[in-house]
Structure formats: structure tokens, C-alpha cells
Design a protein around this ligand. Structure first.
Ligand code: CA
Length: 493
């Protein structure tokens, strides 16, 4: 019997904390994911270093920021020769596996390394009858992707060597767009869902990036993603223009054939939001069920006590806040990651951590629990003292993000970096490309933003130029400079 803990790392794709009931937003119910909060620790301030899929995954694996691991955006593939947490754990006696979404490139130089077993979907993967790539080749599995990923995890656990500890990365593809819920979940969440307070944001008093982002549920959400039949006159990416005048404008549901008409533009906007949330939350429902299956398995096998189980998402997501869907921005909803950890032998049940944590800390945390040295090139810090409610005096007071892709084709999101403390957030929109793939030329002049998170938690008023905040600006800029120097990231300001 091994004494070192097993580690199960469950990560979904684009699952916002607002859609986990343990976080208290009340729009849906996730009783199985909530078990990890009730029986372990909930982190309220865990942040992503770059709010987009591939870079976040690269940081989690390597324990390094993107300027060092080389995955700046969606178009760079990981160089799989570099060290990663799985390689260290395997070398240290763990059995290792990754099953589900990888999204760091395919082929010899980019496929998963450090894993005894890997079975990953190519690119974003499919919701139904997905293809998986393994060391032995490609195969297609029939059924629903979230169920299949869990089946594969349970199958690998069944076949493992019970004398050795294990490290399992269970990476769900859901609830990434386009949302395809499991057939039996399509009747869920049909009651109207509460609209966020900032849904009708006018983007005034903010940097130009907010106004110019093409992430609005009203104008930029693809109707096909909402099960609406594309029809004539559609724009690029199957976008049907958002009509100024809704007279005579109708939409047909591609599943039921139901026809919808609208009394006002506002009604159409809210219709799109409700359809978006229904499908998103239906996909989340399947994830919750499958987290339950995995936790039940650990219970049945007598593994729950000595297994550290994490639930997180590769970043946050806008669920209608500021009128948006998608991610990318350092604004709170996409910056914050859900992060729940259960380890009955070492973490008190029902605890909440309000200290700053980040995805660059995950690899170090796993190595710490495995009793292995943390390599000096890793840039985060083990979260173990926080999980044991012994926060060191010198624990960081800031969280940092840098988003590199400038004015990407899909959402026109601007490149930026910034930091957040518990009280303030400082953002620099440098408004130029830095040679990163997926970057488009042009933009506005550089801009700074400062938000007073105590007075303005919804981040609606940029106070950077308010003389009353001159000292805060000075202090936050100093903190940003020090942090960028520490991690070796080159400033653009
Ligand atoms: Ca993602």
C-alpha cells in the first residue's frame, strides 16, 4: 500500500465558476462538483495567467508562463521535449495518464509526453462519436464525449498497478462552444435564467478594447450554436446580422422547427442569452454527472481518503456579463478559474481560501504532495500551505495575466497584461501585435485601466486618470513592473 497520495486532476473547458453551485451564483445545480467544495477547499481567488485554452494548458503542464513555454496563443503547439509535471511524477514513481482534451498540437513533436497512457481528442474534439488519438493510432468511440472520457478514465484506473500511486488528468471537452448537450439533458434549464447585472453594458468609461470586442451575445453569437437554422442573408461565420428593426425578423429552431418572432431588439437579445445559457448549462450537467461517477468510483475502491481530487477549468468564461460570451480578457469572469480540491487526509472539509492562486502553481502543488523536488525553472509556488490553512507571510498578493493575441480574427480581443490585488486591478492595453500567431495589425493608442474592486466589483469605471487614485496607480504599476521582472516577461509599456 502506497502512502503518497494519488492525484486526480479534472479540468473542463470554459466552465465558469458562475456555473458551479458551490460558488453561490444560483443559476444551476452541480451537486457532484459541489462535493469537492463541501468535503475539501474552495478557492475564491484562483486566476489564469492567459485566459485562453492552449496557453493555460501549457502553463499547467510546465509550471511556467507562456513566454517561456512557447504557447502564446491558439496557434503555437507545445514543444513536447520540454519538462512537464507528468514527466517528473512518472520519474518519481507515479503512473500517469491524460484522457480527453489536449489542444497543444498533434504529431511527433507535440503529442503528450510523460504519460504512461494518453488518449486525447484532436483539436477541440467532437461532442458525439468523438475520435481519440493514442500512441497506437486513432480510433472513434460511439456515444457522448463527456461519458466516454470518464469511461476511459475508469478503465485506466481498473487496469493500473495498485501498488503504485497514480496521476490522472481527466480533461473534459465540454462545455466548449459549439454546445451539444446530451440528448436526455435537452429538457433541463428551460425556465428563464437570471440575466447578469451588467448584461446591458454600454462599455462607457472603459478602454476601447471593451467596446470593440466581438464577443457580444447580441451581435456576435453564432445562431447555429443556438440551434437556429442559418438562412439567407447570413454574414461571415453563419452570423445573421443583429437587426436594428425586428419587424418581420424570425428565427427557426433547427431541432423542433419552432418559429420565433420578436417585439423588440431587446427581446431578441434576451432570447439569444436564454438559448445560450440553456445549452451551456445542459453541457455542464453532463460534466457534473460524470464527476459524480469518478468520485463514486474512488469511494467504491477505497481510494477517496488518499486521493487528492481537483476540479477546475482552463479559464473562466463570460456568461452574459458585460453582454459577452467567450473569455480572453483579464476582466473578472474570464480571469477567474473555479478551483476546488479535496484530500480528506490533508484538507479540512468545507474550507474556503481567499488567498491568490494561479494555474502556474498547479504543477508545483502536485510535486509537493508527491514528495518530489520542485524544479527551479518552475515559476509558481506549491499551494499546499494554503490547502493546509497555513498561508506563509510572504504569500503573493497579486495575480497576473498576459493575453498575447492582438485583435484575433474571431473576437477582435486586444492584447493586454495586468495584475489584480484584492482591492484593485491594473490593465495595460498595449494595442499592437508582438509577433504572435493569430495577431492582426492595428488598433487604438495604448491605454491603461484601473478598477477599484471594492467600490466597483463589476469593473464598470476606469479610475486610472482620477487624481484621487494617483498613489494607487503608482503602487500598482510598481507591483506590475516587479512581477514582470521576476518572471522575465518583457513589458510593452
Ligand atoms: Ca478553454
Amino acid at each position: 500500500m502506497n502512502q503518497r497520495p494519488n492525484i486526480v486532476f479534472i479540468m473542463s473547458d470554459d466552465h465558469a465558476a458562475q456555473a458551479i453551485s458551490a460558488y453561490g451564483h444560483g443559476i444551476n445545480s452541480t451537486p457532484n462538483i459541489d462535493r469537492l467544495a463541501n468535503e475539501g477547499m474552495r478557492f475564491d481567488h484562483c486566476y489564469v495567467t492567459n485566459s485562453i485554452c492552449a496557453p493555460s494548458r501549457a502553463t499547467i503542464l510546465t509550471g511556467m508562463h507562456n513566454h517561456l513555454n512557447g504557447v502564446f496563443g491558439l496557434h503555437e503547439h507545445i514543444d513536447n521535449r520540454q519538462p512537464n509535471v507528468a514527466k517528473y511524477l512518472k520519474q518519481g514513481g507515479y503512473q500517469t495518464a491524460i484522457i480527453g482534451k489536449w489542444h497543444l498540437g498533434e504529431g511527433p513533436g507535440h503529442c503528450p509526453t510523460g504519460f504512461d497512457f494518453w488518449s486525447v481528442v484532436p483539436g477541440q474534439g467532437d461532442y458525439y462519436d468523438p475520435t481519440f488519438i493514442e500512441a497506437s493510432g486513432e480510433q472513434k468511440d460511439e456515444g457522448y464525449v463527456t461519458d466516454i472520457i470518464t469511461d476511459k478514465c475508469l478503465g485506466w484506473l481498473d487496469e493500473r498497478d495498485a501498488d503504485k500511486p497514480f496521476f490522472l488528468m481527466c480533461h473534459h471537452k465540454a462545455p466548449h462552444r459549439s454546445w451539444h448537450p446530451k440528448a436526455e439533458h435537452r429538457s433541463l434549464y428551460t425556465d428563464p435564467i437570471r440575466v447578469p447585472d451588467t448584461f446591458d453594458d454600454d462599455y462607457k468609461n472603459r478602454a476601447a478594447a471593451a467596446m470593440n470586442a466581438q464577443m457580444r451575445v447580441s451581435h456576435d453569437m453564432n445562431y447555429k450554436d443556438l440551434d437556429i437554422e442559418p438562412h439567407e442573408g447570413k454574414g461571415p461565420r453563419d452570423l445573421i446580422p443583429f437587426p436594428e428593426d425586428v419587424t418581420g425578423f424570425e428565427l427557426t429552431c433547427s431541432v423542433t422547427g419552432e418559429v420565433f418572432t420578436f417585439a423588440s431588439q431587446d427581446e431578441l437579445k434576451r432570447f439569444k442569452y436564454q438559448r445560450y445559457m440553456q445549452k451551456y448549462l445542459q453541457c455542464v450537467h453532463s460534466i457534473d454527472e460524470n464527476v459524480g461517477r469518478l468520485l463514486d468510483y474512488l469511494d467504491e475502491q477505497g481510494l477517496a481518503e488518499n486521493t487528492l481530487v481537483v476540479y477546475t477549468s482552463d479559464q473562466g468564461f463570460f456568461l452574459g456579463e458585460h453582454g459577452w460570451f467567450d473569455k480572453r480578457f483579464i476582466y473578472e469572469e474570464s480571469f477567474r478559474m473555479p478551483f476546488l480540491v479535496r484530500y480528506p487526509e490533508g484538507i479540512c472539509a468545507g474550507t474556503i481560501c481567499t488567498d491568490m492562486a494561479s494555474n502556474v502553481d498547479f504543477a508545483e502543488t502536485f510535486l509537493d504532495y508527491a514528495g518530489l523536488p520542485i524544479p527551479r525553472h518552475m515559476q509558481g509556488r506549491s499551494l499546499r500551505p494554503l490547502l493546509e490553512e497555513q498561508t506563509p507571510d510572504d504569500w503573493t498578493e497579486i495575480a497576473y495575466q498576459r493575453y498575447w493575441m492582438h485583435r484575433d480574427d474571431a473576437h477582435n480581443a486586444y492584447a493586454h497584461y495586468g495584475i489584480r490585488t484584492h482591492d484593485h486591478k491594473l490593465i495595460y492595453w498595449y494595442n499592437e501585435g508582438m509577433g504572435v500567431q493569430g495577431t492582426q495589425p492595428g488598433g487604438e493608442t495604448p491605454e491603461w485601466e484601473l478598477f477599484d474592486l471594492e467600490k466597483d466589483p463589476l469593473e464598470l469605471f476606469n479610475v486610472y486618470h482620477d487624481p484621487a487614485y494617483a498613489d494607487v496607480v503608482k503602487d500598482m504599476t510598481r507591483r506590475l513592473d516587479v512581477h514582470m521582472l521576476e518572471i522575465g516577461d518583457v513589458p510593452a509599456h
